[in-house]
Design a protein around this ligand. Structure first.
Ligand code: PMP
Length: 436
């Protein structure tokens, strides 16, 4: 590496040492394998992360999405400090969970009753149980390329190769990991997303408890629902006695105060909320109508969790959610997003790099090697991922950290100057990969 580039040696040494004590030196399979190596961090402030080598990085991981207010916001910090003095954990009720639920019920169109838990993966499990109990049916439809957490029953066809994926109109179920319960797919049907005819046809068999989807596909690419797809999916679910679940782990509080359901004006039966709900504290929620959620109220559907509505996490939730109805938050966030997206588009155009970009408030997807917008998962298999990963490596060497799968999370703390600096670094990085 040239002397002008950032050095990540201390992080590298740290990962090597920690690998002797921690499996892989990390605590999630999704934190390994990044180039030049996984990093260790010491602090964060606004749009910046400071790593173990003393590098100041402009960050677009945002902790995989949650840090929409940026790192270390003082409003949350001060409130949580006070909470620490008050005892930090009761494993029981506190006023902040009520305050948080009231805000969610006001912001999220389909939400009348809320249940908190600690991760998106868990919330997904609760939503499926609730849907099965409500419909007395067992099968669930999920879509190719959509991610709903790491548990066995939903870890199907997240990123199948074309060779394994099978027929488009009747895809194979492709397991992601060794050790996955082979029977956990027995109650799952995988379909291509964004094709209403295929969905409608399968729903008409009448055996589906729920259709679960990311309302905009953000874990693979950044793909919008086709015109009327969400509306038609909702109608088809209703007429076939199935529930529609929007997994708004990424889209919730990001696309709009009320998430993708507000952005697209379609309300699901059950919603999963996480990430931007608490700006880095481990909080997720399921919400739905009073009638549906009352299955939890009566205890007919069991849902537990020692750390659910943890005291400090609930304080952070309230302090985070308070931002979304103030200061034109989402217009402001979207303006920043579009500024960055247009800057990146120009960089790739100038360098003659075939690219597709899409954006939603607070989220950009960027892929190389294609010129037409992907409409579903299989289209993404035409991307030049290797070239994009090289671009990310050039970026991080120059101080910009963005996800190698092409996702960019933007916070309210990314100022015009920071975005402009990012665009300059993107230009240098694009030139570097062209010259390599
Ligand atoms: N659903 C979606 C749509 C997600 O993006 C994620 C995480 N990226 C999850 C579920 C799982 O959430 P968690 O990592 O909090 O378990």
């Amino acid at each position: 590496m040239s002397e002008n580039f950032l050095n990540f040696q201390k992080s590298k040494d740290y990962i090597e040492e920690s690998s002797l004590h921690l499996a892989g030196g990390v605590n999630s399979s999704f934190r390994t394998g990044m180039k030049p190596n996984a990093l260790g961090f010491v602090s964060g402030e606004g749009p910046y992360l400071f790593d173990m080598d003393g590098n100041k990085l402009i960050d677009y991981y945002l902790g995989m999405g949650p840090m929409i207010l940026g790192y270390n916001p003082s409003s949350i910090k001060e409130a949580v400090k006070k909470g620490i003095e008050e005892g930090f954990f009761f494993g029981a009720q506190s006023k902040y969970e009520l305050m948080a639920a009231k805000i969610i019920n006001k912001l999220v169109p389909s939400s009348e009753l809320v249940r908190f838990c600690t991760s998106g993966s868990e919330a997904v499990q609760a939503s499926l149980r609730l849907a099965r109990a409500a419909t007395k049916k067992n099968m669930v439809i999920k879509f190719e390329g959509h991610y709903h957490g790491w548990f066995d029953n939903v870890l199907w066809s997240n990123k199948p190769t074309l060779q394994h994926a099978g027929r488009r109109d009747n895809p194979n179920l492709v397991a992601w990991t060794d050790g996955q319960d082979t029977h956990s797919g027995d109650s799952i049907v995988v379909l291509p997303w964004n094709d209403i005819e295929i969905l409608d046809k399968r729903l008409s068999k009448g055996d589906i408890a729920a259709v679960i989807m990311e309302p905009a596909m953000c874990n693979s690419g950044g793909i919008s629902p086709r015109n009327d797809y969400l509306k038609k999916a909702k109608i088809s679910c209703k007429s076939n006695g199935s529930l529609l679940i929007f997994d708004e782990t990424i889209t919730g509080f990001r696309f709009a105060p009320g998430g993708a359901q507000e952005y697209y004006n379609i309300t699901p039966d059950i919603t999963i909320l996480a990430k931007a709900i608490a700006n880095g504290f481990p909080v997720a929620a399921i919400t739905g109508s009073r009638e549906l959620m009352s299955l939890l109220t009566t205890g007919k559907v069991v849902h537990g969790g020692t750390y659910n509505s943890q005291y400090l996490s609930m304080i952070a939730t309230v302090k985070t959610l308070e931002n979304y109805s103030k200061n034109d938050f989402h217009n402001n966030l979207n303006e920043k997003t579009i500024y960055l997206k247009e800057g990146l588009e120009k960089v790739f155009f100038d360098q003659n790099i075939p690219s597709v970009l899409s954006s939603f408030p607070g989220f950009i997807f960027c892929g190389f090697g294609m010129k037409t917008q992907p409409q579903e998962y299989r289209d993404l298999l035409n991307l030049n991922t290797e070239m994009y990963i090289s671009f990310c490596l050039e970026m991080i060497k120059r101080g910009v950290r963005s996800l190698e799968r092409g996702a960019w999370f933007i916070s309210i703390e990314h100022s015009k100057e920071v975005l402009q600096k990012t665009i300059e670094i993107a230009r240098e990085s694009a030139i570097a990969i062209k010259n390599n």
